[in-house]
Design a protein around this ligand. Structure first.
Ligand code: ZN
Length: 215
């Protein structure tokens, strides 16, 4: 079994009818998108590269560059994903960020905390103490000072916003969000919830009515 490595992730963006140049008649097509991911076990974590889209004729199985057989109305690269939830979110003009980026940001922040802790222990023989508690304080401070960001989030150009309006998260929800996020240390699956919905919201996002987006 391959534990980690690169993996092509395929998703069907849409399907419909088109004039297949090979069949010379109207046939059904499937428009697929391919992305190269770094994966651990079976979980695609970090997007490495966008491999592009491909259109397949359902009947003859020929593949085409989508723009060559679909009109710009049917295939718009700017709004290519065309799924309703993302269209809805475009009312707040924001795109949910990748699962891998979130984990990446979280790992950077944790690494920072641990490094800081290590330096303290080295120089003054005393650490920060209970890391989850320090983590909570750290994320709270970041959320308030950096407005929904953290060092890790800044590094990967993502931030937390209010789900309904795309604005900064209210203090009450920031506290609620971080309390639930703190549980991640003990129950990492909280993050996995973001793999289950289109807006990629984890449990703490759902509770605090937030979403993590690309800047
Ligand atoms: Zn065909």
């Amino acid at each position: 079994m391959i534990i980690y490595g690169r993996k092509t992730v395929q998703s069907t963006i849409k399907s419909g009818k088109f004039d297949c140049p090979n069949c010379r008649r109207q046939e059904s097509y499937q428009l697929k998108n391919y992305q190269l991911y770094f994966h651990i076990f079976f979980i695609p974590l970090l997007k490495i590269k966008e491999l592009g889209d491909e259109l397949n004729c359902f009947f003859c199985n020929s593949t085409y560059v989508p723009g060559s057989v679909l009109s710009s109305h049917e295939y718009d690269t700017r709004n290519r994903l065309g799924n309703t939830s993302q269209e809805e979110n475009s009312t707040i003009g924001l795109v949910p960020c990748d699962f891998g980026k979130r984990i990446g940001a979280f790992v950077i922040d944790l690494a920072l905390l641990y490094a800081f802790n290590f330096i303290l222990i080295y120089y003054i023989q005393s650490g920060l103490g209970f890391i989850p508690l320090i983590g909570f304080a750290y994320f709270m401070l970041c959320d308030f000072l950096l407005k929904g960001s953290s060092v890790g989030k800044l590094a990967l150009s993502i931030k937390t916003v209010d789900y309904n309006e795309g604005k900064n998260v209210l203090p009450f929800y920031t506290i609620l969000r971080n309390l639930i996020k703190g549980l991640c240390v003990f129950f990492p699956f909280i993050y996995l919830a973001s793999l289950l919905n289109q807006d990629k919201r984890a449990l703490h996002d759902l509770a605090a009515q937030t979403m993590v987006v690309d800047k």
